[in-house]
Write a protein that binds this ligand. Structure first.
Ligand SMILES: [Fe+2]
Length: 539
C-alpha cells in the first residue's frame, strides 16, 4: 500500500478535524466502505414509517458522560443494521427530546441534529442546562419513527457533598461466547452509572460450536466494524442496559485487534497498514458510543482518557492503556522474568496520559479516587503452560506481559505517586481477564504483604470465555501463589458498587451460565473499603 502525504499526515494525527469534515465523507476515500443498498432509507422521502416501512432505531439508544449539568444522548439510524446500515448518503435531521418524566409530559429541552453518512448516521447530542442528581428520559424522532425511550441521570453537583452513588462496572462481552443475560439483570439494577472497561466488541471471525455467531470473518474495514457493532447492539439485553443508565466507556484491545499495542499489531502488519485499520476501528467505536465530540477521532487517534466528577464523593479517571502503549516486552505471552518489563522507556499510558493522571490525582479533592483501568495493575503471577501461551492453572508461575506487569517502571511511578502524594482512597477497577479477583495494593510492590494503600477490584466478563465456575484450577493456582489476592471467581457477570463518604462496597454479581439466555443473577461476594483505612474487608 502506498501512502500519500495527506494520508501520512492523517496517520500521524496531524490532519485537523476541519480538513476531515471538508472531505464531505470523512476519510471514506481512504477507508473503503461499501455504498449503501439501493433500497436505502432516505431523508428526502419520509412518509410515516419511513421508506420501505423500515424502523431506523434498530440499535437502540444510549446516554453517557454525565456532568452535573448535562449528558450525551446517542443513537444511530440503521434500518438495515447488519448490512451497512441501510441509509443513503443523504444527511437526515433527527429530533431529540429530553424530559423529566417517562411520558414526556414535561419536556425540558428538544432540538434537531443532523445524522450524516460520514459518521454512519450516528448522532451525539451534548445536552447542557440540566439539574444535578436527577433522572431524565430521552428519545429521538426521525422519518416518522420514534426511538425507544432511554433513562439517564446527571451527576451530583460538582464539589458538593453527596450521600451516596451507585455504579456498575463491566467488560468483555464476546457475542459468540454467550447471551447477555448479565446485561438484562444490569438493566434492572437502578444504578446511577455504568462503566464499561473495554472489549465491547470482538474482532474475530465466525465461531464454531459457539452459542451465537459473529456475522463475518475477522473485521478490518470501517464497514465491517460498523456491521459488527450493529450485531452487538442489536441485542435487546444490551440495549436495555444502555437505556437504563448513562454509560462511561473505555476500550481494551478487541475493539481493534487482539493484544495490539499503540501502532503495533500482534501478527506483524506494517505500521501504516495497522494504523489504517485502527482509524477504521476508532471511527466505528466513536460512532457507536455515547461520547462527547471531544473524543471524535482524528485519523487513527481518539482522545479517550478523561476525568469525570461526582460531587465531592468520587473522581473517576478513565484510562486508555491501548492507544499509547509500547509493544509488550518478550512478546505478549506469560513469562516470569523479562528484562523488557523493566525497560524505563516502556509505557502503557504514554507520557502525556501519565502526567495528566498524576496531576489530576494531586489536584483532586474527592473522597474516592477511582481509576477505571483495562488490564490488571497489582502484580499477580498465574500458572501457565510450558510454552507460556496458556493460562492453565497447573504449570509454572508467570506474569502476563500484556498487563501492567509488562510495564513495571511506569507502574512504579504511578504507584509511588499514589503512596507518596497520599492520594485519598485509591480504588482501581479493572476488566480484561474474564474472571473476578480482589487485590489490595501494597505500599511496597516488592513486598506484597506490606501495608495496603488501595484496592484493585478486577471484574469478570459479561460473556467472554463462556460458562464459568466459582472454583477452578486457574483460580486455585492464583490464590495459592498470590497471598495478597483476597478472592477469585471465574463466573460471568458484572460488579456493582455503592459509594458513600465512609465506605466503598463492591458486590460481585454473577450468572451460573451464558450458553442459554435465562440465567438468574446472584451476589457471590461483597467487599468493603472504609474511607481513610486502606485495605479491603469481606462484607
Ligand atoms: Fe476480553
Amino acid at each position: 500500500m502506498t501512502i500519500n502525504s495527506f494520508e501520512q499526515r492523517l496517520l500521524d494525527g496531524r490532519v485537523t478535524r476541519r480538513e476531515l469534515l471538508a472531505l464531505g465523507g470523512g476519510f471514506a476515500g481512504l477507508l473503503a466502505f461499501g455504498a449503501s443498498p439501493a433500497t436505502a432509507w432516505a431523508s428526502r422521502a419520509l412518509p410515516r414509517g419511513g421508506v420501505c416501512g423500515a424502523n431506523p432505531f434498530t440499535l437502540g439508544v444510549a446516554s453517557g458522560e454525565p456532568l452535573d449539568t448535562g449528558v450525551v444522548l446517542w443513537t444511530r439510524l440503521a434500518p438495515n443494521p447488519l448490512f451497512g446500515g441501510g441509509m443513503s448518503e443523504a444527511a437526515v435531521t433527527v429530533r431529540w427530546e429530553i424530559a423529566t418524566d417517562d411520558r414526556f409530559r414535561r419536556i425540558v429541552q428538544r432540538g434537531d441534529v443532523e445524522a450524516r453518512s460520514a459518521m454512519g448516521h450516528s448522532v451525539h447530542v451534548e445536552v447542557n442546562g440540566l439539574e444535578p442528581s436527577r433522572h431524565y428520559w430521552y428519545r429521538f424522532i426521525a422519518g416518522g419513527e420514534t426511538s425507544p425511550i432511554g433513562r439517564t441521570r446527571t451527576a451530583p453537583r460538582r464539589g458538593t457533598a453527596t450521600d451516596a452513588m451507585t455504579f456498575a462496572f463491566t467488560s468483555c462481552q464476546n457475542y459468540q461466547a454467550g447471551f447477555y443475560t448479565a446485561h438484562r439483570h444490569l438493566a434492572q439494577e437502578d444504578v446511577d452509572l455504568v462503566v464499561h472497561l473495554g472489549d465491547y466488541i470482538y474482532e474475530g471471525g465466525v465461531g464454531v460450536n459457539t452459542p451465537r455467531q459473529h456475522n463475518s470473518a475477522e473485521i478490518t474495514t470501517l464497514e465491517q466494524y460498523r456491521n459488527r457493532y450493529a450485531l452487538y447492539k442489536s441485542d435487546p439485553d444490551l440495549q436495555a442496559a444502555h437505556a437504563a443508565a448513562p454509560w462511561v466507556v473505555t476500550w481494551d484491545d478487541h475493539e481493534v485487534d487482539n493484544n495490539y499495542a499503540g501502532d503495533h499489531e500482534e501478527r506483524g502488519a506494517t505500521r501504516d497498514a495497522f494504523l489504517i485499520r485502527r482509524a477504521a476501528a476508532y471511527q466505528a467505536y466513536y460512532e457507536h458510543m455515547p461520547l462527547r465530540t471531544s473524543s471524535m477521532p482524528v485519523g487513527p487517534s481518539l482522545q479517550l482518557y478523561r476525568r469525570l466528577m461526582f460531587g465531592s464523593l468520587l473522581q473517576l479517571d478513565m484510562l486508555d492503556t491501548r492507544q499509547h502503549r509500547t509493544p509488550q516486552p518478550c512478546g505478549d505471552s506469560f513469562i516470569l522474568r523479562c528484562d523488557g518489563a523493566r525497560d524505563p522507556a516502556a509505557t502503557i499510558l504514554g507520557a502525556a496520559q501519565e502526567q495528566w493522571l498524576l496531576d489530576g490525582l494531586t489536584s483532586g479533592a474527592a473522597t474516592w479516587n477511582v481509576l477505571a483501568n483495562q488490564v490488571p495493575f497489582v502484580p499477580a503471577t498465574r500458572r501457565v503452560s510450558p510454552d507460556g501461551r496458556e493460562w492453565n492453572g497447573t504449570g509454572s508461575p508467570a506474569l502476563s506481559m500484556d498487563k501492567w506487569d509488562g510495564y513495571a517502571v511506569q507502574r512504579q511511578r504511578v504507584h509511588a505517586h499514589l503512596r507518596d502524594a497520599r492520594i485519598a482512597n485509591p480504588i482501581i477497577i479493572t476488566g480484561d481477564v474474564h474472571v473476578s479477583w480482589v487485590a489490595d495494593l501494597p505500599s511496597n510492590l516488592d513486598d506484597m504483604s506490606s501495608r495496603p494503600i488501595g484496592t484493585e477490584f478486577v471484574g469478570t466478563s459479561i460473556s467472554s470465555a463462556g460458562n464459568g465456575a466459582a472454583v477452578t484450577p486457574v483460580g486455585n493456582g492464583m490464590l495459592s501463589d498470590n497471598p495478597h489476592l483476597r478472592f477469585f471467581n471465574s463466573q460471568r457477570g458484572y460488579s456493582r458498587c455503592r459509594v458513600t463518604p465512609t465506605a466503598f462496597t463492591t458486590e460481585y454479581r454473577v450468572v451460573p451460565y451464558v450458553e442459554r439466555p435465562d440465567a438468574p443473577i446472584s451476589t457471590v461476594a461483597a467487599f468493603t473499603v472504609e474511607a481513610g483505612r486502606a485495605g479491603v474487608q469481606r462484607s
